[in-house]
Design a protein around this ligand. Structure first.
Ligand code: GLN
Length: 536
């Protein structure tokens, strides 16, 4: 059977959780045994989001193949439990550069190259090729941005054209606000959003409404009237305890039955086992009955929690499995300037995480936090930049190399504990040139925290960084007691370091990117386990 398509658009504003909706729809279809994969369209002209600031755009997610993609891919992978690849990501930048390359090559000789049919045709070809190559039953396409944006107009037009030749289900996500003084759910913004979508030639088959509380029947009626839909096609997407509950909420409203019927899938049955597993992911035991642990995350993008979404999720997956209830204490690294700040802000922490990052802002605060964890024997997990700074702190405070630093932050220091590898020195293009994607590491001793966490000698995690631990300092760090517990398979690059006297591990990789609700990242499990020790 030819693949079918579900296109999800958003109205009115961003931040409504379109990625979570798309992931939930995929999860539901997966529970019915259908093979489903996503395509995400992002309208920006960047080729990918590797060059973007996470403070503005949220976390940059990295796939196994090293592509740097939108944070929604993290949600897709966590829900679907599958590794995705670069062919699921279409950006304005990619599509424009490929059309211009074709024009220069002479593919359109004699024609004037236009948004439609050329650009829209290119998009449709990409999507159909993807469906054929991946042999899927359904492709769920998330259109980034909101209907009416200049950036995604041509993409929405391509989706309209796609629906003329293929089976396409359109789902629109909208927002139903409550004016607090009146306490009433208001439909007018959604009506205007619908009008914009219909002007683009698209009539949604389902209208999903983000709201604070479940959608009232009279509001459903009203929206059904304006959307030319039956009431059962107006879906309530109210605030839930956690994102994993959305597929269950959609199932309760028969979204599964509507989608299967609309797309012509007959005879498919809901896999009860898969549903049960998901139920335990979404609900599990009562969090409030579990023992509480305080995990401090010392970062520099903490005002925008989306910047660290995978770290937060990985903490939650591991805690769920270990039946503890993590309270996350977000600490802004730039506010840690003297040791007194650190002991105040990190007081009572059962564990401290130093996540990844770029640029010098907040570096010294993170180093102070690492020192505090080491001296007070508080479990520490350093991720990428976090590992690099663990090495710098150790060099400064234990080895006595006062001006130890990373050349990313101080070019002039003699003691570049962290430095650029020779392969990076002459890199001129910043986009897509870091050490990216899945890399294998070998764990050097069975006695290490790393081995106890992974229980195997060769492990693979995703990377995204330019700098490495400088091999010239390996000896002095080791002589002073730092454990180098893993390297790349050829032994040339350090992958993990550890403290000897207390629990502290740093990894050059980003294990949070592969953490999934049912299979937490091993290093997060190990860290949360260490942080919960001695708690009642
Ligand atoms: N800025 C560091 C580097 O490029 C660390 C990157 C990161 O934490 N992802 O090596």
């Amino acid at each position: 059977m030819q693949a079918k398509f579900i296109v999800v658009t958003g109205s009115l504003m961003s931040g409504l959780g379109k990625g979570i909706l798309v992931s939930s729809i995929m999860k539901i279809l997966d529970m019915y045994g259908l093979k489903v994969l996503p395509i995400k369209f992002d309208g920006y002209l960047n080729f990918d989001c590797g060059t973007m600031n996470p403070y503005r755009h949220g976390e940059v997610f990295v796939l196994e193949d090293g592509s740097e993609v939108d944070m929604d891919f993290g949600t897709y992978e966590r829900f679907l439990g599958k590794d995705l690849d670069r062919s699921s990501s279409i950006t304005g930048g990619k599509i424009m550069s490929s059309i211009i390359e074709k024009e220069r090559r002479g593919d359109f000789l004699g024609e004037d190259v236009q948004i439609t049919p050329h650009l829209t045709g290119e998009i449709i070809k990409n999507i159909e090729d993807f469906a054929d190559k991946k042999k899927v039953d359904v492709v769920v396409i998330e259109v980034g941005g909101t209907v009416g944006d200049l950036e995604n107009g041509y993409f929405i037009e391509a989706m309209r054209q796609l629906s003329l030749k293929r089976e396409v289900e359109f789902i629109n996500l909208t927002y139903v606000p409550i004016i607090s003084s009146v306490g009433e759910q208001k439909t007018k913004p959604s009506q205007i959003g619908l009008r914009l979508l219909m002007q683009a030639g698209i009539k949604p088959d389902l209208l999903v409404c983000r709201t604070q509380n479940p959608l009232l029947v009279k509001i459903k009626k009203k929206l059904a009237f304006f959307a030319n839909l039956s009431e059962d096609r107006i879906i309530s997407d109210e605030d839930l305890n956690n994102v994993y509950q959305l597929p269950l909420n959609l199932l309760k409203q028969n979204v599964d039955k509507i989608l299967l019927a609309d797309l012509g899938f007959k005879g498919y049955k809901l896999d009860k086992k898969k549903l049960q597993i998901w139920n335990s992911v979404a609900n599990g035991d009562n969090e409030n009955l579990r023992k509480k642990i305080k995990i401090s995350i010392v970062g520099k993008y903490v005002d925008l929690k989306d910047s660290y979404v995978s770290v937060k999720e990985a903490v939650s997956h591991a805690s769920h499995m270990l039946h503890v209830n993590p309270e996350i204490n977000w600490v802004e690294a730039t506010e840690l300037t003297v040791e007194k700040d650190v002991s105040e802000k990190l007081k009572g922490s059962d564990g401290i995480i130093i996540p990844g990052g770029f640029g010098s802002r907040g570096i010294e605060g993170k180093i102070l936090a690492i020192k505090y964890a080491r001296e007070n024997k508080i479990p520490l997990l350093g991720l990428c930049l976090g590992m690099q700074l663990m090495a710098v702190e150790f060099a400064r405070d234990v080895c006595g190399i006062r001006d130890a630093n990373s050349s990313e932050f101080n070019q002039k220091t003699k003691h570049k504990i962290i430095d650029l590898m020779s392969t990076q020195v002459n890199v001129k293009y910043m986009g897509g040139t870091m050490r990216l994607g899945a890399w294998k590491a070998k764990i050097l001793s069975k006695d290490s925290i790393a081995y106890k966490a992974y229980r195997k000698q060769v492990v693979s995690e995703r990377h995204r960084h330019r700098y490495e631990l400088n091999n010239n300092f390996r000896k002095i760090l080791e002589k002073n007691g730092l454990v180098i517990s893993a390297t790349t398979l050829d032994g040339k690059l350090v992958e993990m370091i550890e403290w000897k006297d207390s629990y502290g591990i740093g990894t050059q990789a980003h294990p949070e990117l592969k953490s999934r609700p049912n299979s937490p990242a091993p290093l997060f499990l190990s860290f949360i386990n260490a942080a919960s020790k001695g708690k009642v």
